[in-house]
Design a protein around this ligand. Structure first.
Ligand SMILES: [Fe+2]
Ligand SMILES: [Fe+2]
Length: 275
């Protein structure tokens, strides 16, 4: 089981909302309305770990180890929502999300194959690590800069934990797992072709709720994400290359196969399919 070990390592790395956020350094003159609004949207997006956890537990009914790990992931993601909400509550209470706005992102995701979902969320964590890293640079107010840095490091650790479960899946099911990871990897590494931000919260997950079947579509401003990425934190080609590079590097070591470009991954995927 990976859960006991992951529990220990994530507990060691854990930061405290009371002691590790420099609340007293807040500087109101360095927080614009636009910046504060993005914090609200990020807080609600983080809250969507709730329906994601419900999906993970349902779709991994046969995997108690991974389900136990969900307790840590869920706790840390809800804490992300909470620290952002606490920030707004203290300094911009007019922009703190309401309970109804939070509840709006709780909807049932369609059942999905667990290996594909695992890979999707691994890629999501890699991506969010970079988004938050950029957010920490873009913000000018010192407390929120610090918070985004804490969040970015957590997301990177989450990616690492998912990767452990991916490795375990390959040990157990070999090419079945490799094929699932390669399939999603090809999609996630082709972000320029997708024409939209490739994060789990921006993908369609509930046919019966279409078109309001992505987390982003249920936010108070469904269009904020693209604006945040392109106009605010300026997540440009170089940033995107870091996300894709991170995904490919990890897959390369996971598959023990040299994969440096999306085309390499696509070829590898075809080899698996042929076999
Ligand atoms: Fe998070
Ligand atoms: Fe995360």
């Amino acid at each position: 089981m990976l859960y006991p070990e992951l529990f220990k390592s994530l507990e060691t790395a854990r930061w405290s909302m009371a002691n590790d956020v420099p609340w007293d350094s807040f500087d109101a003159s360095r927080l614009s309305d636009d910046q504060a609004m993005t914090i609200k949207m990020n807080a609600i997006t983080e809250w969507s770990a709730l329906p994601a956890t419900e999906m993970f537990l349902r779709d991994n009914i046969d995997d108690s180890d991974f389900s136990a790990f969900m307790s840590i992931w869920f706790y840390e993601e809800q804490k992300h929502a909470l620290v952002l909400m606490d920030y707004l509550q203290r300094f911009r209470p007019d922009l703190a999300p309401s309970e109804a706005e939070l509840h709006e992102v709780r909807f049932e995701f369609d059942p999905a194959p667990p290996l594909e979902t695992l890979m999707l969320h691994f890629c999501g964590e890699v991506r969010l690590t970079q988004w938050y890293r950029r957010a920490a640079e873009w913000h000018t107010e010192p407390v929120i800069k610090h918070i985004y840095d804490l969040l970015s490091r957590d997301e990177a650790r989450h990616g690492g934990a998912y990767l452990r479960y991916m490795k375990r899946a390959i040990e157990r099911t070999g090419d079945v797992a490799r094929a699932a990871f390669a399939r999603i990897g090809v999609l996630m590494a082709s972000s320029s072709r997708a024409g939209k931000p490739l994060h789990p919260t921006n993908l369609h997950v509930s046919k019966s709720n279409f078109p309001r079947d992505t987390v982003q579509s249920r936010l108070p401003d469904p269009d904020w994400l693209e604006h945040w990425l392109s106009e605010q934190i300026c997540f440009d080609k170089a940033c995107e290359a870091r996300v894709i590079g991170g995904i490919l590097r990890n897959l390369s070591s996971l598959f023990e196969h040299k994969i440096e470009t999306p085309a390499d991954l696509s070829r590898y995927r075809k080899t698996l399919a042929a076999a």
